[in-house]
Design a protein around this ligand. Structure first.
Ligand code: UGA
Length: 490
């Protein structure tokens, strides 16, 4: 099927590339020409295991194209994915300017029946809003360019589009004097995690499709059929780096209305963030009461009603999704006069968790001013170079404000993030952060850190203090090496 993916951020790029891998004809569009140039030459704009392999493979097979030409891409493809960013505004609500711009472009360029798929995380009701913008722009432009390949004045929808993508009565359409262009909007939220985005796309827990058009949902099911049926072949190159977690039974498809699909996305992220804040609050109680949160989490996680996932206590959640989406949901609720006491607490517990680390540093070192502190990990979680709202950054900035000297190392983050205090010294090698350190803080649980030779590295330190912000390291071993070890909730 012919698909255009607008926006080559995490979501757009992974979605487009994975759809090309299962045999579809994909055009990925971005207005950042440098990024497109790099992608065309096989250089990835993000660190995501396996992505480069799939991009190169599908560029070669011609299933995948990259372009800045949004008009031609919209005109030539039948399914248009909106995958642009919806960054948070200062008040926490989602900024929809990029979605709006893309919807205008779709309206301006629509020349046959299209399915417009909203994959960007948008506030409840945005699906209808996107429809209105597209319609308004069809209105204002009429799109009657006789050069358009799919335009046929005698037969508004050319055979191909007409037969394959026939519209139903619920579809929005604008009848101009001569021609009408129809489209349906589908909400298809993504649930992929950075670092495992490709496996999450190929082996999802579910696919959510929300629309008022049954036919559009059916076409989307056709698009995802190889994934739903798990009938695609995982290429050998990918098998080397990704676990083959193919399911034997079909992937559940949730067919629903637009608004419910949009709400599923917010509710899923908010629930996961709630689970983490819950376990962090329990960890804080464990710490005072003398219990071990790892055992407690294991003990409650075995209850199938609770489940073991997302119960790792630590310095809290960050990234580009949870902080943005939980806040946005509180804003949406406020518009309806609903107070989100639980979600507000989830956000507060998370921000306190970062400050608690700074308090632990003060307890350990007493005087922070002038002390040398080494940070292991900057990214908001392992296997990504994303540092957006990373807990490590808040912690580093607060410690620098208290007068600490910070040396930091991350296996993939090599550029100092803008939000990080520039006094931070970025170390090229992990052992450099141990040189003369009074304290080490593990902020991101990169696998590389589990295998460090702490016996040797401890000899480089001035004081053997260590805060394990992710409860990731071998506590017993570190204690036996003479470390003053503090975890979270244990
Ligand atoms: C999250 C969701 O997990 C995805 O399903 C969703 O598609 C994505 O947001 C999105 O909305 O785009 P992601 O932000 O990549 O994915 O990362 P997660 O693996 O969910 O981790 C989020 C944060 O929670 C990280 O900072 C991580 O360190 C923290 N975390 C996670 C914990 O502190 N404890 C845990 O037990 C699990």
């Amino acid at each position: 099927m012919k698909v255009c993916v607008i926006g080559t951020g995490y979501v757009g790029l992974v979605t487009g590339v994975c759809l090309s891998e299962i045999g579809h004809n994909i055009i990925c569009v971005d207005n950042d020409s440098e990024k497109i140039k790099k992608l065309l030459s096989g250089v990835m704009p993000i660190y995501e295991p396996g992505l480069d392999i799939l991009v190169l493979k599908n560029l070669n097979s011609k299933n995948l194209q990259f372009t800045t030409d949004i008009s031609s891409a919209i005109k030539s493809q039948d399914i248009i994915f909106i995958c642009v960013g919806t960054p948070p505004r200062p008040d926490g609500s989602a900024d929809l300017q990029y979605v709006e711009e893309v919807a205008k472009q779709i309206g301006n360029n629509i020349n046959s029946y299209k399915i417009v798929v909203n994959k960007s995380t948008v506030p409840i009701g945005s699906g209808d809003w996107v429809s209105i913008i597209i319609n308004d722009n069809i209105n204002s432009n009429n799109n009657l360019n006789s050069n358009d390949s799919n335009y046929d004045p005698n037969n508004n929808l050319k055979n191909d589009s007409k037969n394959n993508l026939k519209n139903n009565n619920n579809s929005l359409n604008k009848k101009s004097d001569i021609v009408s262009f129809k489209f349906d909007v589908v909400s298809n939220p993504e649930f992929l995690r950075e670092g495992t985005a490709i496996a999450d796309t190929f082996f999802p827990d579910r696919i959510v499709l929300g629309s008022s058009s049954k036919e559009a949902i059916n076409i989307m099911k056709k698009l995802y059929e190889p994934i739903i049926n798990q009938s695609f072949k995982v290429c050998d190159e990918l098998l080397k780096i990704l676990p083959n977690t193919k399911n034997t039974s079909p992937i559940p498809v949730v067919e629903t209305d637009l608004v419910s699909a949009e709400m599923i996305k917010y509710a899923a992220n908010s629930f996961l963030a709630t689970k983490i804040s819950f376990i962090n609050e329990i960890a804080n109680i464990c710490e005072k009461a003398g219990a071990d949160i790892k055992k407690v989490a294991y003990g409650i996680g075995l209850d199938s009603r609770i489940g073991p996932k997302f119960l790792n206590a630590g310095i809290g959640w960050g990234g580009s999704c949870f902080p943005k989406d939980v806040s946005a949901l509180t804003k949406i609720a406020a518009e309806y006069g609903i107070s989100t006491q639980l979600l507000n607490a989830v956000i507060n517990v998370n921000s306190q968790q970062r400050h608690k680390v700074v308090q632990k540093v003060q307890e350990m070192l007493k005087i922070v001013k002038g002390k040398s502190i080494g940070i292991l990990g900057i990214s908001f979680k392992p296997n990504t170079d994303d540092t957006r709202d990373a807990p490590a950054i808040t912690i580093i900035n607060n410690l620098i404000n208290l007068g600490a000297k910070i040396k930091a190392y991350d296996p993939v983050v090599k550029k100092i993030p803008e939000s990080l205090n520039p006094k931070t010294i970025f170390c090229p090698k992990v052992e450099d952060v141990f040189d003369g350190a009074d304290l080490i803080i593990l902020a991101t649980e990169w696998e590389e850190f589990a295998n460090l030779d702490f016996c040797r590295l401890s000899k480089k330190m001035r004081e053997k203090n260590l805060i394990d912000g992710r409860n990731f390291l071998d506590k017993e071993k570190l204690l036996s090496l003479g470390f003053n070890y503090i975890g979270i909730g244990r």
